[in-house]
Design a protein around this ligand. Sequence first.
Ligand SMILES: Cc1cc2nc3c(=O)[nH]c(=O)nc-3n(C[C@H](O)[C@H](O)[C@H](O)COP(=O)(O)OP(=O)(O)OC[C@H]3O[C@@H](n4cnc5c(N)ncnc54)[C@H](O)[C@@H]3O)c2cc1C
Length: 433
Amino acid sequence: MTAPDSVFASDFKEEPYWWEAARPEPDDTPLPEHADVVVVGGGYAGLSTGLELARGGVDALVLDAEPAGWGASSRNGGMVSGGVNVGKGVALEPAERNAMLEEAAASFDHFESVVEREGIECHFQRTGRFVGAHSRTAYRALAERVRILNESARSEAHLVPPERQREEIGSDYYRGGMVVGRSGGVHPALYHRGLLAAARRHGATVCGGTRVEGISGGPGTFEVKTSRGMVRAREVVIATNGYTGPLTPWQRRRLVPVGSYIIATEVIGEERVRALFPTLRMVAETKRVLCYYRPSPDRTRVLFGGRASFAPVDAVTAAPVLHRFMCQIFPELRGVKITHSWTGNVAFTLDHLPHMGVQDGMHYAVGCNGSGVVMMSYLGHQVALRILGRTNRRCAFDRAEFRAIPLYDGRPWFLPMVGASYRLRDKIDRAMD
Ligand SMILES: Cc1cc2nc3c(=O)[nH]c(=O)nc-3n(C[C@H](O)[C@H](O)[C@H](O)COP(=O)(O)OP(=O)(O)OC[C@H]3O[C@@H](n4cnc5c(N)ncnc54)[C@H](O)[C@@H]3O)c2cc1C
């Protein structure tokens, strides 16, 4: 029984809505003693590495401490694009920024081609994305972003003035916005499941329930100690993103795990969903602490995500906070209950950019900065190409400079303070309108 004024539905679950269709499953795949390449982490990045290595005839072993897909890759919002967020809020030389945006545009080509080539049924649709401006200043700044995205990332973007906003969203909350045409939505857990099946079909071995506890040796002679025994490998790849732990202290000092939270509403029906999302696009905002939301793939519910808290809280505590955020945008959802609430970790970097490279003889692809469905899949693929020796140019995200966060050892003590200051600046922007 729930209290009548509770935001929770009587069948509320503290787990991803996506798991109703594709829950990460435990497996009992035998652990081999040798592999050419051991990949640590079985999310999009790790599986994409395993998939491409296997296609290239290399014996790849992907290990995950939990059932493969248990991390962010089955928990995210499923909003996909070719670099809408790359370089956002970062001071980069135009040439470098453009190279990254071109690469981000290529990452979207890669995502679409893998989904098609491997026949992954994951409700992928190029719906486009509406990015709402939280202030008039933010709206004006979007004009420059539209120009850059169209010039370098083939984004098919355009501005939406405030008087036409209702064509995009059933809300007057924003001060206009931008539409990014070359983007869409996907069922993230089905996409993960499809990648997993493809990696296995092409010959990669994927073992869930296998925590990597230590790595010694070097290229050619790695010894990977796991919770299920030792594996020898020529190469090792680290693909642990927001779940990077003491196993790899170098990466840990460069990645800040931040919890992101999502709720799913009860079924409200396609008519009401279309009233809120007339174009059925994915939605995000220009705020520093942004909310992101979308129709469910079957168009009967609203899925609403954001940073409910910068201190770690459970998904039950986060749910009423997100519900309140959602009702600020869509007041008509006030009486609508929540059936699912969940959380997962993203990984922020000091320069807000994703990174791949080699450290201590091990390859890595990490640092999604909150947008990694397409990008982490792509970086995992790029790592595989590098191991296979099938690339003759350096990926724009393979940069020598990857700075550690000062005074940081993996415990993000500063997050509540930084988060509060970001929120305050968002409020000031709006108040200044
Ligand atoms: C709530 C939420 C919403 C998001 N929304 C979006 C979105 O709409 N669009 C978008 O583009 N991105 C979004 N993201 C980001 C996106 O989900 C991630 O960037 C992406 O899934 C990262 O994939 P990955 O393979 O790098 O890491 P993960 O999928 O997190 O996988 C890392 C894995 O490493 C494993 N691991 C860690 N340590 C070890 C060890 N020692 N041994 C073995 N295994 C280990 C973990 O168990 C975990 O499964 C969101 C993320 C979250 C959490």
